[in-house]
Design a protein around this ligand. Structure first.
Ligand SMILES: CC(C)(COP(=O)(O)OP(=O)(O)OC[C@H]1O[C@@H](n2cnc3c(N)ncnc32)[C@H](O)[C@@H]1OP(=O)(O)O)[C@@H](O)C(=O)NCCC(=O)NCCS
Length: 190
């Protein structure tokens, strides 16, 4: 398995994994272990890869065709995310929160997520490796990474707290859902 930045040729694999674990298309069997709610168009995914270098993947190389994508996470500056209502709300409220005793400054931060790991490799350490590969990719651009976790997604909350060592900064509500706002320094080392 390789942990690397995605290229345009990986888009079909990323979309296949997103379809498998998206709220609208996930199987009933997989639903209790969490699902992705953010939708992304082909144009947005292309921009995320080409302009932001913001997609980190777990790729299983194949001799006969494109690599199989077994995990992905997205990350980008807030300008990119401002097309989504949830992220516009986060942009508005982030300056109200403190991280490690200091007021958050939007321009010091970027947003990571959604992320997804194929069921076949969950709980194996693959999530942590994917997470830290993405985090360190942004180390020279921003000091702090922020994300949101839906409070009903306990598996994601536990993974980000216990495996990724993210801190819960606060909570917020949007669209009838309850979220944790979480953060971590990009120079964090395990
Ligand atoms: C979220 C996700 C990336 C985490 O990766 P993972 O490999 O499953 O994470 P891990 O198994 O290493 O860690 C999950 C933790 O939650 C625990 N856990 C597992 N199932 C759980 C459940 N139903 N409720 C609460 N905790 C649970 C695990 O035991 C583990 O904690 P522990 O090791 O301290 O015991 C992965 O589960 C996933 O892709 N889920 C579907 C998509 C999704 O929900 N994405 C997040 C929202 S965008």
């Amino acid at each position: 398995m390789e942990f690397r930045q995605a290229r345009i040729k990986d888009i079909d694999g990323i979309k296949a994994l997103l379809r498998k674990y998206h709220r609208d298309t996930i199987s009933d069997e997989d639903r209790p272990d969490g699902f992705v709610t953010t939708a992304i168009t082909d144009e947005q995914l292309t921009e995320l890869i080409e302009k932001e270098d913001g997609v980190t993947i777990i790729a299983e190389p194949s001799e006969s065709g494109p690599d199989r994508v077994l995990g992905f996470c997205f990350a980008a500056p807030w300008e990119f995310w401002s097309a989504w209502p949830l992220f516009r709300h986060m942009i508005d409220i982030i300056p109200e929160y403190e991280f490690e005793g200091e007021k958050l400054v939007l321009s010091d931060t970027y947003q990571y997520g959604p992320m997804c790991v194929d069921r076949s490799i969950r709980g194996t350490g693959a999530f942590e490796k994917l997470f830290f590969t993405s985090l360190h990719q942004f180390k020279d651009r921003f000091p702090i990474m922020l994300t949101f976790v839906n409070q009903i997604n306990k598996r994601s909350e536990n993974a980000h707290t216990n495996k990724a060592h993210m801190q819960t900064i606060g909570t917020f509500d949007f669209g009838g859902n309850h979220y944790y706002l979480m953060g971590i320094r990009t120079d964090y080392s395990e």
